[in-house]
Design a binder for this molecule. Structure first.
Ligand code: SF4
Length: 374
């Protein structure tokens, strides 16, 4: 049974210069038809979900009537839902929307703060100010949200380590339980990618960005935000349960344009064109553009590639029970080099390896560790 439901809202009020997520600039008519299509689909679901995550795009870019319409059919799942997250951007997280979220059972907000420095926000093309970001977090807490994540970006061109250090210090003073820190990446076909190509932006050196990442790991730990995944830090008991589904390679349902579902080793991806999505929903046609049934070994390797991202890493007995494969045997070609290069460490009982996890250097190079497992 799928335990997690993801709903994708592919609208933003403006595109940020670095963004490669699937979203388009908000248009009320399209958004209204899209939400109608989504609610029809939500009404047809019948399995109870332990976690629901509405992401995007910017879910709070939707006006109140559309948010009300979207949330209404999810209410029937509430008895089973233990974590219900909505992503929000500071400029559109109004008190009215927060009241609606609380009424609808949303118990976790993930706020796209990104930075508390005006200059940095401007460079990134964000719509909100630092003051709005801080205010949104404080208002959410006052309104009754006790589980709030903020996203932060580091490694922006021209950024100094000292300034990032101060931002972290300010972030931990906010009433938040969870902080996600992402290094800025330069994704193809974004305006930022173009800016790098035409030399109007010079990315930070890798070493500087790595120093910022390590600073985040150490400073956040000192303030009670333990790293539990490559980019995620939480106070005790506040790790994101929904995302843990992905990192354990457990089944989930994805609704919306470009969303992915995973069940019984099959992965299905929805089409991304929003108008086409609405049209096909209306005609009762399939929304799936690609589907793949993963053979058992590939499924096991994918489990290894996602689970290694977590701080606890891979317990070999857990892995065997979940996939039917012996981890050391399955990854025998990749392991020696990764261990020798100081990226991975074994957890041993006596001399017997019982599990494996990333070392500090492995966290810095996590993407390459993950791909070596595939
Ligand atoms: S608000 Fe988020 S999803 Fe929207 S453009 Fe900016 S980074 Fe992308």
């Amino acid at each position: 049974m799928e335990k997690a439901l993801y709903i994708h809202i592919p609208f933003c009020r403006r595109k940020c210069v670095y963004c490669a997520f699937h979203s388009v600039v908000y248009d009320e008519r399209t958004a209204a038809s899209y939400i109608s299509a989504l609610t029809d689909q939500i009404e047809k679901l019948n399995s109870p979900f332990a976690t629901v995550y509405i992401g995007g795009g910017t879910p709070t870019a939707l006006d109140m009537p559309l948010l009300e319409k979207l949330l209404a059919p999810i209410k029937r799942f509430l008895p089973a839902i233990s974590e219900f997250t909505v992503e929000a951007n500071p400029e559109s997280l109004t008190d009215e929307k927060m009241a609606l979220f609380l009424e609808s059972g949303v118990n976790r907000l993930s706020i796209g703060v990104q930075s508390m420095r005006e200059q940095k926000l401007k460079k990134l093309g964000r719509l909100h100010s630092a003051r709005q970001a801080i205010d949104a977090v404080r208002r959410a807490n006052k309104r009754g949200f006790k589980n709030i994540n903020i996203d932060l970006i580091y490694g922006v061109w021209g950024e100094e380590v000292d300034s990032w250090k101060k931002e972290i210090r300010e972030a931990v003073e906010l009433p938040v339980t969870h902080i996600s820190c992402y290094g800025l990446t330069y994704e193809k076909e974004t305006p930022l990618w173009e800016a790098v190509r035409n030399s109007s932006v010079k990315p930070l050196e890798d070493d500087a960005a790595a120093a910022m990442y390590e600073l985040a790991i150490d400073s956040l730990a000192l303030r009670g935000f333990k790293q539990y995944e490559v980019s995620n830090f939480a106070k005790e008991g506040f790790g994101c349960r929904h995302n843990l589904t992905y990192w354990s390679n457990d089944p989930y349902v994805g609704l919306g344009a470009s969303a992915v579902s995973y069940k019984d080793g099959s992965r299905e991806e929805n089409l991304s064109d929003i108008d086409e999505y609405i049209r096909r929903c209306g005609e009762g046609k399939t929304l799936i553009v690609s589907s793949e049934k993963l053979p058992p070994a590939k499924r096991a390797k994918e489990t290894a590639a996602v689970k290694i991202r977590t701080k606890e890493g891979i317990d070999f007995e857990w892995f065997r029970q979940k996939t039917g494969f012996d981890f050391m045997e399955l990854e025998k070609n990749a392991l020696p080099e990764l261990v020798e290069n100081g990226l991975l460490k074994y957890r041993k009982e006596g001399n017997v390896p019982m599990g494996i996890s990333l070392k500090r250097k492995g966290f810095l190079l996590c993407d390459s560790v993950s791909s070596s497992f595939l």
